[in-house]
Design a protein around this ligand. Structure first.
Ligand code: ADP
Length: 218
């Protein structure tokens, strides 16, 4: 049987998750206490219902314990977000992912058992800062305080060369994990691929090594 997903809170964040699930063809139960929001999503998701997720009985009557993943996308109301998370864990939902407003909120969420805490604004802020500060980096994903993945376009310096002869790992201490060529995403046997204009390299490594590659390698 396909996985069952539920999204609680249909604001901008929860709403975009629902839209993406729908595009992916996933079954989604969308919940909001505001009937207008529920109506907005009625034609988009498998089922949209009005309910207050801090009401234990309401959650039980929706059979929430049968869902593999529940995403708590309640925005401003931190108290409701925490209580909902607690109830979902008490119901035995194994994957409870929760949007945090700030670090205090995140700390409490982890104490009540949230399986994954998401900081959309903070993460996007970090990402934008990295993208803006470098004219070479096309995309950036922070993995930890020290490690990241970056996407960077090859320059004249790298065209007609291969990853092997640039020896990215030995010279810069980071790894090329993929080469993007148009819509093609190459991940296997990339070391000997002759780089062309427009190719993009996806690299993983320590931030300091990636910066060194960005400054000296391309
Ligand atoms: P965003 O920043 O993602 O737009 P919002 O704060 O606008 O977030 O949206 C959060 C949604 O969560 C709102 O639609 C609100 O009605 C809903 N919500 C808040 N508390 C509850 C609750 N206890 N039960 C169900 N839905 C809730």
């Amino acid at each position: 049987m396909d996985k069952q997903y539920a999204v609680i809170g249909l604001g901008r964040f929860g709403g975009s998750i629902c839209l993406e699930f729908q595009k992916m063809g996933c079954e989604v139960l969308a919940i909001d206490k505001d009937m207008n929001r529920v109506n907005d999503f009625a034609d988009i998701v498998t089922q949209a219902v009005q309910a207050d997720s801090t009401d234990e009985k309401a959650l039980q009557s929706l059979g929430i314990r049968n869902f593999d993943h529940v995403i708590v996308a309640i925005g401003e109301d931190i108290q409701a977000s925490i209580l909902t998370t607690l109830l979902l864990k008490e119901e035995g939902v194994s994957g409870v992912w929760v949007k945090a407003q700030n670090d205090y909120h995140a700390k409490v969420l982890s104490k009540v058992g949230a399986d994954r805490i998401i900081h959309p604004e903070r993460d996007m802020g970090t990402r934008v800062a990295h993208l803006v500060s470098s004219h070479k980096i096309i995309d950036y994903i922070g993995l930890s305080d020290d490690h990241s993945i970056i996407e960077i376009e090859v320059t004249e310096k790298l065209i007609n060369r291969t990853i092997l002869d640039i020896d990215v790992r030995a010279n810069y201490g980071c790894n090329v994990i993929a080469i993007k060529r148009g819509n093609d995403f190459k991940v296997a046997d990339i070391a000997r691929l002759v780089l062309q204009k427009g190719d993009r390299l996806v690299l993983i490594g320590l931030n300091k090594n990636l910066t060194q590659f960005e400054e000296q390698g391309v």
